[in-house]
Design a protein around this ligand. Structure first.
Ligand code: GDP
Ligand code: ZN
Length: 298
């Protein structure tokens, strides 16, 4: 009898499929699953799959992949194929510290573009609030609050925002993103101190100096829901076409279609509604520059 499960981890040769038991089932994938399609990266963490585990004591087989609801994806380089980080997640939690490392909106905006494109809800977690004063916190918070995003301010030593974070995670599947060192593993440890959830850089924490490629991994949360931990990302390129980038900047949307040129990229074209909104301060300097930086890198 085939069973439906969720891929919670994948290595080069195996897929670990959660079917609600204490341990995931180890599975292979049928070579002909995608009808000869050579793309290897097709089944990702979070995908719902139908598996056959009738061979007791042996790895099972993935027979089929179910349609995806959402996907968070990236590109490793301009010409590289789209790489799916996680499928079927509900939210992207972008963790960015206010201090050490200092807050920079560029990486946050890149994750938000990917979340928007993949159909996920974007949430910003401003961490290490104990290292900032309330004025600094408010100025960073207001930038995103005015755009309508869900924002949470946290501090682990002060237990600030921890209960709200628990509520955000509750019964949902969330992808945890952010530069390494911003406090992702500390937040999860504060929430679930007795849980075997290993967030963070394995190679750094094992301290063996060996090169270990860290994998995306999904964990079942004791309070219901799942969390997906992503490799410590320093640079992130959303898988988005340049001409659709503007649609993923929420505050640009009211002005789209109002530029003189239909194919306006909002950089050096005359009579550009986005640039006019920027000059009249309806679009902030930080976000406009962020748009330009992502556009140039695509
Ligand atoms: P990760 O790489 O994102 O998982 O970051 P870690 O959780 O490993 O945290 C990196 C460093 O920041 C560690 O030294 C933590 O003790 C520290 N840290 C984490 N959260 C906080 C916080 O809320 N306040 C302060 N002051 N330090 C924090
Ligand atoms: Zn324009």
């Amino acid at each position: 009898m085939p069973q439906i499960g969720t891929v919670i981890r994948r290595t080069k040769n195996f897929y670990y499929v959660d079917i609600g038991e204490s341990e995931p089932r180890l599975c292979h994938i049928r070579a002909n699953l995608f009808h000869g399609n050579p793309k290897k990266n097709l089944v990702a963490v979070g995908d719902q799959v139908e598996i056959d585990t009738s061979d007791v004591g042996k790895a099972g087989w993935i027979l089929k992949m179910l349609p995806r609801r959402t996907m968070l994806s990236r590109r490793q380089g301009t010409d590289s194929p789209e790489q799916i980080i996680a499928s079927n997640a509900d939210k992207v939690l972008v963790v960015a510290s206010l201090h050490s490392p200092p807050f920079r909106n560029g990486l946050v905006d890149r994750f938000f573009v990917a979340g928007s494109r993949g159909g996920l809800e974007n949430v910003l977690i401003l961490s290490k609030a104990d290292l900032s004063n309330e004025e600094e916190i408010a100025s960073t918070k207001n930038l995103y609050l005015s755009l309508g995003y869900n924002i949470l301010v946290t501090s682990v030593p002060e237990s600030r925002g921890i209960d709200s974070l628990r509520e955000i995670l509750h019964h949902h599947t969330s992808v945890l993103c952010g530069h390494s060192g911003v406090g992702k593993s500390s937040l999860i440890k504060a929430l679930y101190p007795h849980c075997k959830i290993h967030i963070g850089d394995v190679s750094r924490k094992s301290g063996k100096g060996r090169h270990i490629t860290r994998l995306t991994q999904m964990y079942r949360l004791p309070s219901g829901g799942f969390i997906v931990d992503t490799p410590g990302i320093r640079e992130f390129q959303p898988a988005v076409e340049p001409n659709e980038l503007d649609t993923h900047f929420v505050e640009f949307v009211p002005y789209l279609g109002k530029c003189r040129f239909k194919s306006c990229t909002h950089r050096h074209e005359p009579q550009c509604a986005i640039k006019e909104a920027y000059y009249s301060k309806k679009i902030t300097d930080k976000r406009y520059k962020s748009y330009l930086s992502i556009y140039e890198s695509l």
